[in-house]
Design a protein around this ligand. Sequence first.
Ligand code: G6Q
Length: 549
Amino acid sequence: MSALTQLPAWQALWDHFADAKHHHMRDLFASDPQRAERYALEVGGLFLDYSKNRITDDTLRGLMQLAREAGLPTKLKAMFKGEKINSTENRAVLHVALRNRTNSPILVDGEDVMPKVNSVLARMGKFCHAIRSGEWLGYTHQPITDVVSIGIGGSDLGPLMVCSALKPFGHPRMNMHFVSNVDGAQLKETLKKVHPETTLFIVESKTFTTQETLTNALTAREWFVARARDEKAVAKHFVAVSTNKKAVAEFGIDPANMFEFWDWVGGRYSLWSAIGLPIMLYLGEENFTELLNGAHIMDQHFANASFEQNMPVLLAMIGIWYINYYGGGSHVIAPYDQYLHRLPAFIQQLDMESNGKQTCLDGSPVDFETAPIIWGETGINGQHAFFQLLHQGTHISPIDLICSLQNSSSLPGHHEILLANVFAQAEAFMRGKTAEEVREELAAQGLKGDALEALVPHKVFGGNRPTNTLLMDRLDPRNLGSLIALYEHKIFVQGVIWGINSFDQWGVELGKQLAKTIHAELAGKLDDAPHDSSTKALIRRYRRANAGQ
Ligand code: G6Q
């Protein structure tokens, strides 16, 4: 048995569950007129209504007790203090230092990291100002109009998601492009849209060894040099963001054009570091600082609020309730905001790469579920697609409905319709529709007798389906910063409860090794490497199809 399942609070919650699983939220609301008020919380510009969950005061008490028994208070302090909590890579985990706006010292191996953080931020600020103001000129003395960010995974998704989310704050002259896929189609299509004289390429890679990124960067560099006909022009059009100065220099980017970050910044937690350079270029230094400020507000709240009033802790522990007790293995992210259309993909990586683990910190296997499958889409589109399963399917998938109260960029009349859908869906998921209500509805439409009764079971909705409603005052850099940090900390808390390492990613590393041998075989540089018969046949088939090319 794992340490977690032996905790008294873990068992006590099972005892509570035996009774609680029979509760219907409809009854919980009916018996407590204050429920919505009591199960809501505001942090900065974010408001969370968590009342439409299958929880009672006893559930929350039990969950908070579990958080304490699992050592959350100590682990939380350890992260903020820069202890090496990423034990399999022997690294600190300090995305909170990147937005530590109070500047209080944070030590790693006895050294305060804040001066380095501030100095890179200042360099980024200067560079971005030069590009945005038009002072930085390309090799034909023209200002930069297009930025192509080349990276993948954690070195792509964060900047891509934030730049899409905050488009209304973007520089009007700047067009942002993101290339991650080694399928040449993405780079090819991007290069069709840009001009070498006015394009800046940012090569983003923590390790600077990632095959997809380096292949794309090399092709982009060749494309550029073939047109500029001058190697020296590269200095005006290529910059790198990395922890690996040597590899950047070997690639052919002057380290003077490199923005640094450090091993204690995890890829999927790196948008606050120099990896956020495309964000700062697009939004400007002030807005990037606002993004950091928003995250810092959430960091402070997470570090200091009581667990009972702590937004990341509440979201995490309510998640644990479903994952480990109800056995709900999936969680839906449904932003009701077109600008947030990449948020589900971003949170999917953040959560599944962090907590998709089956080994406890001490090396023993887990004997409970860990990260749920995270998926989603803009809510309004989801309504016309997979929401059917969420309403009437056999799975319980909690849903985060995310939207903003004000939407200055929408066209007149649209935002009200959007928000009406958010609130209506949350209500429907909670209430459902009883057989009696269906009968009344059908009778009002003129149906009766057998025809009416035959339809009733199909139109009944059980309800009792959990949602969290997250409202932002408005979608701006500060509130987006708080929202992202909220999910980062939620994921951290769940990792602590499960006693796993949320900050390594051996599954991703495996992918980086696997293709190497087969790549050599496909290229005809290696024959007869040991494989199963299926893999061998696939390789042969590829080679036959491409023979003579
Ligand atoms: C993120 C992961 C992974 C990583 C990419 C890119 O946490 O580790 O998604 O960001 O594999 O790695 P590089 O930045 O080293 O190119």
